[in-house]
Design a protein around this ligand. Structure first.
Ligand SMILES: [Mn+2]
Length: 357
């Protein structure tokens, strides 16, 4: 039996950090990626789609989003959608409307859905039942057991918080596959001799803390232990690209080099955060907006962060009797952070040269 495990869709997310038009488009794309997932499930003989929490970003779900989700679910009529609410979407969606018959929900006590010898159990964890759920989980040895939870995994000795899931306490419970939500990056690990735990990650990256491949996990219960694989499915990807300016003599060269490197590395649909760093001398004038400007036509979105530092030799200004010399000495001796010092001094030097600030 084929199962899709996804989580953390965060539909209706505000996508802050993008200009309004682009964040609107990204919201749209996140929805359509879910619709594509439904179509994929339907046409690839998937029997169940597990949504391991945070399907929506907040408790407020827009009418449009709700209707498109319901339409997509209904259109994949041979597929069951098994939904566990997460920490961001606790009250939303469920309870407000009549859910399609193939949309099923895990409750606050252990809820199970059975497909032949495949058993899928899940529970919404919170402070009240966090302890009880370990003891309440009883699974048959002869079944293929999938367990669905939303939260952060931690070792046995971790504090007993709402979202903490203790893997050691789930050992020897006949779990074959633990479908987790909450962490927005794909990862997997071993529970015991029998089972694995897997975070599917989110379906689409939203910010630069969610870079790289995003998608879902496709699980085939017939293939045993290694019968799961990550499917790269996101419409767009976000990347952080770091560049050191140290060996460059002028900023135009830097901009050209960065442009040709990122164009080779990343597709035009990507969102890029370019971080420039390293030390440079006073003749090298950093203009991060120029990078953003020159590259914005090549990618969906570009943002540049300047972490460069001015390397100033104290002795160059020690005997400088001009106002600039006095200014540099003053800043150097202040208790500003190094990077701030660099910016202030560069600003001063530009001002003295009569350049644009
Ligand atoms: Mn989440």
């Amino acid at each position: 039996m084929k199962i899709i495990h996804c989580a953390d869709l965060h539909l209706d997310s505000k996508m802050e950090g993008l200009p309004p038009e682009k964040s609107k488009l990204r919201r749209e794309e996140t929805l359509s990626t879910f619709e594509k997932l439904c179509a994929f499930a339907s046409s690839n003989g998937v029997k169940a789609v597990i949504i391991a929490g945070d399907m929506f970003d907040t408790e407020r779900v827009t009418v449009k989003t709700r209707e498109r989700v319901i339409r997509a679910v209904k259109s994949a009529e041979d597929v069951d959608f098994l939904y566990l609410s997460g920490n961001h979407d606790d009250k939303s969606f469920i309870g407000e409307i009549e859910l399609p018959s193939n949309f099923k929900v895990f409750g606050r006590t252990w809820t199970s859905f059975r497909y032949g010898n495949v058993n899928i159990s899940g529970i919404v964890t919170d402070n009240r039942n966090a302890d009880a759920f370990y003891d309440g989980l009883l699974l048959n040895r002869e079944d293929f057991n999938v367990v669905v939870l939303h939260g952060q995994i931690a070792g046995y000795k971790s504090r007993n918080q709402a979202e903490i899931i203790s893997i050691p306490r789930l050992k020897e419970k006949n779990i074959d596959y633990l479908a987790l939500g909450h962490i927005h990056e794909y990862s997997s690990g071993i529970i015991d001799d029998r089972g694995v735990y897997v975070y599917s990650g989110c379906l689409e990256g939203r910010g630069f803390d969610e870079t790289g491949d995003k998608g879902f996990v496709l699980l085939d219960t017939e293939k045993g232990k290694d019968g799961f694989s990550f499917i790269d499915f996101a419409k767009r990807k976000l990347y952080e690209y770091n560049y050191n300016v140290e060996n460059d003599s002028n900023f135009f060269d830097t901009t050209d080099k960065i442009r040709s490197e990122v164009k080779e590395k990343f597709s035009a649909s990507s969102l890029l955060k370019i971080v420039i760093g390293g030390k440079h001398n006073a003749d090298y004038v950093v203009d991060k907006d120029m990078i953003t400007e020159r590259l914005s036509g090549d990618f969906f979105f570009v943002k540049t962060v300047d972490k460069t530092e001015l390397s100033i030799k104290k002795e160059d200004y020690e005997n400088d009797k001009t106002i600039l010399g006095e200014f540099v000495r003053e800043v150097m001796e202040s208790d500003m952070e190094n990077q701030v010092k660099s910016k202030v001094i560069m600003c001063g030097i530009k001002a003295f040269k009569g350049e644009e600030l």
